[in-house]
Design a protein around this ligand. Structure first.
Ligand code: DGP
Length: 218
């Protein structure tokens, strides 16, 4: 087969779609709704969640989040980053085979949460530098006071309103042109409609743009 024939038969890549937001902003429901919407359009898509609590680093992170283990803030930051790095090869392979990924939290959570604990924001970015750059970041923006009224709030380490206010402002400082900020105080259906419209446009655009491992490299 010639090089031209090989490139003609190559599968267009999948899109890396990240969903971010503070605790109890409705991310999990929106990720499920988005996957359903993509599948309904015949798009090959899968869910990914960070932290991945099943890996060795993830098990430690889970104990930390549940308050069962104390870990130095810098060390836990590196652990969350390692948890993402250990999935990168697999994520790249899926994207290259044409699978779109709906990723529940990514490096933006890493920075927003650790910096909210007082770590330097630029320092926090460094371990995740060079991760795959998302095609789209969907940020579900919810007032932390409204989030605190939602069921289950307060069960994990970071679920305190003062902490969540700082997390929200850190997230905002990370936003760039690849972000879509959505008002998460609306109904699930209203948010889902905006999420799927933005995601479908990003899946289309990703077909003709290369995959880049250059998050925060410039
Ligand atoms: P979730 O399973 O989406 O509810 O996330 C669990 C908690 O962990 C949530 O409070 C956000 C926080 N978190 C997620 N990723 C990171 C990270 O990379 N670093 C830090 N410090 N916290 C994170």
């Amino acid at each position: 087969m010639t090089t031209t024939e090989a490139s003609q038969t190559q599968q267009p890549r999948g899109a890396l779609l990240v969903v971010e937001g503070g605790d109890r902003c409705g991310k999990t429901s929106q990720c499920t709704r988005l996957l359903d919407a993509l599948h309904a359009r015949g798009i090959d898509a899968r869910a990914v969640k960070f932290p991945d609590r099943t890996s060795e680093t993830g098990k430690l992170i889970d104990l930390y989040l549940k308050g069962a283990k104390d870990v130095d803030d810098h060390a836990v930051h590196l652990l969350f980053s390692a948890n993402r790095w250990e999935s990168m090869k697999h994520i790249r392979a899926l994207l290259e085979q044409g699978t779109t990924l709906v990723v529940d939290r990514y490096a933006f959570s890493g920075v927003a949460y650790s910096a909210a604990k007082g770590l330097d924001l630029e320092w926090c970015k460094q371990p995740d530098r060079g991760l795959l750059r998302p095609d789209l970041v969907l940020f579900l923006d919810l007032d932390p006071i409204a989030a605190a009224r939602r069921a289950g709030y307060g069960e994990e380490r970071y679920e305190r309103v003062d902490m969540q206010q700082r997390v929200r402002s850190n997230f905002m400082s990370l936003a760039d042109g690849s972000w879509k900020i959505l008002d998460a105080s609306r109904t699930v259906d209203e948010i889902a409609a905006d999420v799927s419209a933005a995601a479908i446009a990003a899946v289309e655009a990703a077909r003709s743009t290369p995959l880049c491992s250059d998050l925060w490299c410039s």
